[in-house]
Structures are given as structure tokens and as C-alpha cells.
Write a protein that binds this ligand. Structure first.
Ligand code: PLP
Length: 451
């Protein structure tokens, strides 16, 4: 091991591989080392304080200093720090968490399978879809359709679902049996002069055409985020999901709702499924499930899928799937406490209340010269940076306009996220109106510097 420096930056560069980071630039750019958190704020090692306008990675829903979660974790650590769910074993926090999730989940979902990350929850969903169709005697019905720009994780299977070319390039993805259809982003994908209604019909029709081209008997499932997050915060146009769900029902195709970002109040209702009237057969969740204080995710399946899983157990002598930390008692205890906090503090009511200000400030940005569109719902939103509003021309990536604004906002004490030409906002659900104003003031100042 190298001699240890007393500089975090030096030691970081010497030892860490940073996910989603330009590794070639990291030695020169260096890390921003965060050392503490307080409400919606985080503080770095130099004492600089930032409003975390992205909740970390769209996840720290209750901010960074929720004592009840610390106490819930401590209580469980002192009682039973680890046990598992394999082979008929169980732990109380996981039982309670599963019950609470089924109480709030859309009708028709009947059983919960835990894992550690959103990627794993989606991986499990794919495996269960395949398992289900094998149990039902339909071994040909295996293809899964996701959407370009959709984000579902980075494991081999969930990374294949993800529809962002950078996640596939040189990783040899996607794997077989994963197909992609269009993202219903009118801003990016509409034809000149096409109305939102015509565009929406075309998006639904494109899905149906893909199904017909491939053969409906080969298509097992369709997966979508209610609001696409990492792909640029794409809010679905009216009628989109109603049309999509009708097509799925017509061809007996399962619907997987990826609630990893939207779940637990982000869109102003408990789930994105509630906001957009979705009736999924499988729902996946992570992030705000535990307010991100500890890693835990879940895949919730319909009674019909669970019935098929039981048939498979009869056939094979067991359900040969599971991870060591599935339903980890400390993570589950924190998640149970998180759900209690959402209820006790009426977090969804709070989101509905403060999101009016959030959306007002967000939409006001669209008046600016280099903002082509502002879009959002609840407490998630984004603006699209363009060189020319009329033609919606994005800046050349090499100019690094998005990252430049992100860096300037940080100098102003605000963390937002540049996703190529998009600046995304996803603050902790506990943010108040004054903090919302401070967040947008910091971003406006960054945009002023650009103009
Ligand atoms: N699904 C969605 C919608 C996500 O936004 C993410 C992560 O951002 C994932 C899945 C993957 O979750 P994880 O990073 O926990 O594997």
C-alpha cells in the first residue's frame, strides 16, 4: 500500500474507482469529499454547505439528519444485526415491511421479494418474468421491452434494460431478449409540427408495431419508469400510459413499473403508478424505500406471478434465487421507520403543498434564452439547455455546458445534476418553500453567468 497522505483528495485518487465518473479526469479534478449532513444540506470537508437539490442520487428523501432512522437502525443492530430469509427463516422487520408495502401498493400486487439495489430489483423482475412464462408453458414468451432513455440499473440484465447508449458501449450490452422502444418525449422525438396528442398516439403505435414485428407470443413484459429520471426527467404525455397498458393487455404482456425514483411521494402521490393510473404486474422500488439511509430494494409481484413461483417450487423443490442480504433486518427496520415517518408527517401532503412553488420556479426558467423546455411533476423536474429555442438544438457535448452550470451552481451552494443537456432537480421531500427558492436562486445565478 502507498504511504498514506493526510489529504483526503490524495488518498482518494490513489485508491478509489469512482462510479459514473470520468476516470481519466479524476486525478486532476479530484473529489468533493462530503463530511456531514443536516436537513436538506450537506457539507464538504472544507466547511462549504450545499442544498442537496438532487437528494444525492434522487434518493435521500428525508434529508441527511433524520434521528428516528438512526435510532431504528441502532435498536435493530443491538437486537439482531443480521439474519436471513432463506429456507423458511424470517425476521420481524422484513415481515412488517412487506405488510406495509402491500398495504400501500396498487391493487393486485400480492407478495414482496427484497434485494439491495434498484438494479437487483429489476434483475429479479426479469428473472421472475422468465420463470413465470416457463411455469405457464410459454418458453417462447421471453423478450422484454424497455424504452430508449429509460434507466433501470447497471447489472448485466438491468443495464441491458437501460436505454442509454453510454451504458451499453463496450460493456457488450444489451443481452439477448431485451428490446427498446421510443421514449414519449415530445421535446426530443416529435416530428415538426406534430401535436402532443398525435405524438402520443404514434408512441403507443410504435410499441404495438414492435410487438407485431417480433411476434406477440415472444414478448413477455414491458418495463417503464412512471417518470423517466436519469434519461432526462421525461414526464409522460397525457394518455400515454393508458394507451400503452391497453396494448399490453391486448397481447397478454406483463407490465413492470420501475418505481425506484418515483416511489414514496416523489410525484405527489405514494407511487408514480397512482399519479398515472398504472396497474403493474410487478413493481420495483429502492432509494426512498429507506430514505437511502441503508440499502434495500424490493420487487413486488402479482398473485398470479406468485402462484406460478409456487408451482415452480413444487416442480424444482424450491425457489433457487435469493441474495445474502435479502430483507436484511437492519435495512428493513430503517425502511419500516421511513414509511412511518412518511405517514406521521404527511410527507405526501407536504410534497403536494410545496411542489406548487417548485413547479412555478422550474417553469419560470423556460423564459430564459437558453432553456428549451422546463418539465416536472411533484418534486422532480428538469430544464433542457438549447443553443436555439425554435430549433431545439442542443449544445455540442464537447462544450460541457450542462456540467459547467452544475459546477457554477455548486459555487453558489446548490447541488443539481447535469445529464448531458439537461439540468435535473430532485430535492429531498422535506424541502420547504424558502429552500426551494434558495435552490432556484443558486441555479439562476449560474445561468446568469452563462448568458
Ligand atoms: N431504476 C431507476 C428508475 C433508477 O433511477 C435507478 C438508479 O438511479 C435504478 C433503477 C438502479 O438502482 P441502483 O442504482 O440502486 O442499482
Amino acid at each position: 500500500m502507498n504511504a498514506r497522505s493526510n489529504s483526503n483528495a490524495v488518498n482518494d485518487v490513489a485508491s478509489l474507482i469512482h462510479p459514473y465518473t470520468n476516470l481519466a479526469r479524476h486525478p486532476e479534478a479530484g473529489p468533493v469529499v462530503m463530511t456531514r449532513g443536516d436537513g436538506v444540506y450537506v457539507e464538504d470537508e472544507h466547511g462549504r454547505r450545499y442544498i442537496e437539490g438532487m437528494s444525492g442520487l434522487w434518493c435521500a428523501s428525508l434529508g441527511f439528519s433524520e434521528k428516528r432512522l438512526v435510532e431504528a437502525a441502532t435498536r435493530q443492530l443491538e437486537t439482531l444485526p443480521y439474519y436471513h430469509l432463506f429456507n423458511h427463516r424470517s425476521v420481524e422487520p422484513s415481515i412488517e415491511l412487506a405488510e406495509r408495502l402491500l398495504d400501500i401498493a396498487p391493487a393486485g400486487l400480492g407478495k414482496v421479494l427484497f434485494a439491495n439495489s434498484g438494479s437487483e430489483a429489476n434483475d429479479q423482475a426479469i428473472k421472475l418474468v422468465w420463470y413465470y412464462n416457463n411455469a405457464r408453458g410459454r418458453p417462447e414468451k421471453k423478450k422484454i421491452i424497455s424504452r430508449w432513455r429509460g434507466y433501470h440499473g447497471v447489472t448485466i440484465a438491468s443495464g441491458s434494460l437501460t436505454g442509454l447508449p453510454a451504458n451499453h458501449a463496450d460493456f457488450d450490452l444489451p443481452i439477448a431478449n431485451i428490446l427498446h422502444t421510443d421514449m414519449p418525449s415530445h421535446f426530443h422525438n416529435a416530428k415538426p409540427g406534430e401535436s402532443v396528442a398525435d405524438f402520443t398516439r404514434r408512441m403507443v403505435d410504435n410499441l404495438e408495431q414492435l410487438i407485431l414485428r417480433e411476434g406477440p407470443d415472444t414478448i413477455a413484459a414491458f418495463i417503464a419508469e412512471p417518470v423517466c429520471g436519469s434519461g432526462g426527467v421525461i414526464v409522460p404525455p397525457e394518455g400515454y400510459f393508458a394507451g400503452i397498458q391497453a396494448v399490453l393487455r391486448k397481447y397478454d404482456i406483463l407490465f413492470i413499473a420501475d418505481e425506484v425514483i418515483c416511489g414514496f411521494g416523489r410525484t405527489g402521490n405514494m407511487f408514480g403508478c397512482d399519479t398515472y393510473d398504472l396497474k403493474p404486474d410487478i413493481m420495483t422500488m429502492a432509494k426512498a424505500l429507506s430514505a437511502s439511509y441503508l440499502p434495500i430494494s424490493a420487487t413486488i409481484v402479482s398473485d398470479d406471478i406468485h402462484e406460478a413461483m409456487m408451482e415452480q417450487s413444487r416442480k424444482h423443490g424450491g425457489f433457487a434465487h435469493g441474495v445474502t442480504y435479502s430483507g436484511h433486518p437492519v435495512c428493513a427496520a430503517v425502511a419500516v421507520e421511513t414509511l412511518k415517518i412518511y405517514e406521521d408527517r404527511n410527507i405526501i401532503g407536504h410534497v403536494q403543498e410545496v411542489s406548487t412553488r417548485f413547479l412555478e420556479r422550474l417553469h419560470a426558467l423556460a423564459e430564459r434564452p437558453y432553456i428549451g423546455e422546463a418539465r416536472g411533476v411533484g418534486l422532480i423536474g428538469a430544464v433542457e439547455l438549447v443553443t436555439d429555442k425554435a430549433s431545439r438544438t442542443p449544445f455540442a457535448p464537447a462544450l460541457g455546458i450542462g456540467p459547467g452550470i452544475q459546477a457554477k451552481a455548486m459555487e453558489n451552494g446548490v447541488i443539481v445534476r447535469a445529464l448531458r443537456d439537461v439540468i435535473a432537480f430532485c430535492p429531498p421531500l422535506i424541502i420547504d418553500r424558502q429552500q426551494i427558492d434558495m435552490m432556484f436562486d443558486g441555479v439562476e445565478k449560474a445561468l446568469d453567468a452563462m448568458e
